[in-house]
Design a protein around this ligand. Structure first.
Ligand code: GRF
Length: 223
C-alpha cells in the first residue's frame, strides 16, 4: 500500500476548515501537524485533543517577514509534508517561501476568485449587489489570493443577508470543498495544463446551474 500523504495545516484562528479536514478522515492522508502564527488560535486546542502535533511560530517574535518565513518553513519541513494546507492562515507569505512549496501548497479563500481577493469579501459581495458568492480552493502563488483554481462552490446572496449570514453560508461550502480538493491531491488526480489551469482527472460535476434572481420578493417554492 502507498504511504499516506502527509499534511501540515497552517491556521491563525478558529480553525473550522482545519477541523473539517481532520473530521473528513481523508483516505490516504494524515495530518502530521497544525501550526499557528498566533499562540491564542482556538483551533490549536481541537488539534491537540485529536492527538495532532501542534506548534506556534509567532510572527511577532521575528524582526522581519523573511526571518518569520524561514522559521515557519523550518518547522513545516520538520514534518516532511506532501501538502501544505493554508486554512484561515492570515499572514502574507514571501515569494521565496511560496516558491519552496509551489504545487504543494493550497489555500481557501472566501470568494469566487478572481473576484474579491483580500479581506472583507462577504461585505464586498453584498455591497456590489452580487447574486452569487462563494469560496475557492487554489494553489498558492506569489500573487495574493491568486493561483490555479482547484475547486469552487457558489452560494446565493439573499436580499436579507448580512456579512455574517453570508459568511456562514459560504463557510458550510468551504468545509465541503477543502477536504474534496485535498482528497483529489492525495489521489494524484490533479494536474496543470501548460497554461497553468488545474485539471482533475475523472471529477464528477454537478450539472445544475445556480440562478439567483434580482428581486427582493421571495416567491413561495413550487413543489
Ligand atoms: C475562512 O473563511 C477562510 O476561507 C478564510 O478565513 C476563514 C478561516 O476560518 N481564509 P477558519 O479559521 O477555518 O474557521
Amino acid at each position: 500500500m502507498a504511504a499516506e500523504k502527509r499534511l501540515v495545516i497552517l491556521i491563525s484562528g478558529r480553525g473550522s476548515n482545519m477541523e473539517a479536514i481532520v473530521r473528513a478522515q481523508i483516505p490516504g492522508a494524515t495530518v502530521a501537524a497544525v501550526i499557528s502564527n498566533r499562540p491564542d488560535a482556538a483551533g490549536l486546542r481541537f488539534a491537540q485533543q485529536h492527538g495532532i502535533a501542534t506548534e506556534v511560530v509567532d510572527h511577532k517574535a521575528f524582526p522581519t517577514r523573511d526571518a518569520f518565513d524561514k522559521m515557519l518553513a523550518e518547522r513545516i519541513d520538520h514534518y516532511r509534508p506532501d501538502l501544505v494546507v493554508l486554512a484561515g492562515f492570515m499572514r502574507i507569505l514571501g515569494e521565496a517561501f511560496v516558491r519552496r512549496y509551489e504545487g504543494r501548497m493550497m489555500n481557501i479563500h472566501p470568494s469566487l476568485l478572481p473576484a474579491f481577493p483580500g479581506l472583507h469579501t462577504h461585505e464586498r459581495a453584498i455591497a456590489e449587489g452580487c447574486r452569487v458568492h462563494g469560496a475557492t480552493v487554489h494553489f498558492v502563488t506569489p500573487a495574493l489570493d491568486h493561483g490555479p483554481i482547484i475547486i469552487q462552490a457558489a452560494v446565493p446572496v439573499l436580499p436579507e443577508d448580512t456579512p455574517e449570514t453570508l459568511a456562514a453560508r459560504v463557510l458550510r461550502e468551504e468545509h465541503r470543498i477543502y477536504p474534496q480538493a485535498i482528497h483529489w491531491f492525495v489521489e494524484g488526480r490533479i494536474s496543470l495544463t501548460p497554461e497553468g489551469r488545474v485539471v482533475v482527472a475523472q471529477a464528477r460535476f454537478p450539472d445544475t446551474a445556480l440562478h439567483v434572481p434580482a428581486t427582493t420578493e421571495r416567491e413561495e417554492a413550487h413543489v
